[in-house]
Design a protein around this ligand. Structure first.
Ligand code: HPA
Length: 269
């Protein structure tokens, strides 16, 4: 059995009652949505072959099978990043596992810096498109024609419309914009942020893009939500730090929770 088959088997054995078609990956400081799921089965990444170690504070490292508002969901609480070991495909097994489990939709969340004065810390931005500024791809080394993944409308237009509608109904101001992936782990320089603005980005972060590429490769429809934790480098007087990312993420996490919960309600199994 491959590591994917083993992971899928274990998940099916433990959570026979769950048939999730929606997967969610929770980013830095955004794990509280996972903790709030009541009926759930939790599997630590250590028990799942090929799942990464998550060494960054604020990232749980647990797979949660649960039911929210009548909808089955598979939540990955915590991710590994390219900057942890220089491998852009570090989330390949988890994303492929979701696809093999039967998930058709992947919702990604992250903490991000804002390049737009309108999107202040604590607010949420729906990602409309991305710029991969690292030059790395999780598909390096993949074989066959399927590696030439089409990235037009990678952020599914129907899912984006659904999140905008949910935000309006719940009086949540949902910003929308382009996310640029810098590799980290250092924060960007002010000159890099000016460059990113010139290129057309509204938010900056160190994750998500490789998972979007992988998800599209495996045929999943994708949406991504960024919780703005800070103004990007050079845009405000405060010092950037991971502690601040985690702290501010918690304040934006409330709106995020509403958006995710209502989205699941719409997609009752
Ligand atoms: N830059 C990169 N990643 C981030 C930031 C930032 O300003 N804030 C949260 N994650």
């Amino acid at each position: 059995m491959t590591e994917i088959q083993k992971a899928v088997q274990l998940i099916r054995d433990k959570g026979a009652n769950y048939k999730p078609i929606i997967g969610i990956i929770l980013g830095s400081g955004l794990g509280s949505f996972g903790d709030s799921i009541k009926e759930s089965i939790v599997i630590p990444y250590q028990d799942l072959d090929g799942f990464p170690e998550t060494g960054v504070e604020g990232h749980g490292g647990r797979l949660i099978l649960g039911r929210v508002n009548g909808t089955d969901v598979c939540v990955l609480q915590g991710r590994a990043h390219y900057y942890e070991n220089g491998k852009a495909n570090v989330m390949k097994v988890p994303v492929q596992t979701l696809a093999e489990l039967g998930c058709e939709i992947l919702i990604l969340t992250n903490a991000a810096g804002s390049l737009s004065v309108e999107a202040q810390p604590g607010s949420v931005m729906l990602v409309t498109d991305h710029i991969n500024f690292t030059g790395a791809s999780p598909l390096f080394g993949a074989q066959g024609n399927s590696r030439f993944v089409n990235m037009v409308d990678a952020y599914d237009t129907d899912l984006r419309a659904a999140f905008q509608e949910i935000a309006n109904q719940n009086k949540i101001k949902l910003h929308a914009g382009v996310y640029i992936w810098y590799c980290g782990p250092n924060f960007e320089t002010p000159a890099e942020i000016r460059t990113a603005k010139t290129l057309g980005a509204q938010a900056v972060g160190m994750s998500t893009v490789p998972e979007v590429i992988l998800a599209r490769y495996f045929g999943l429809r994708v949406a991504a939500l960024s919780v703005i934790t800070n103004m990007a480098a050079g845009m405000a007087n405060e010092e950037l730090s991971h502690e601040q990312t985690i702290e501010t993420a918690a304040s934006g996490a409330e709106d995020l929770k509403i958006l995710l919960t209502e989205f699941l309600k719409r997609n009752k199994s």
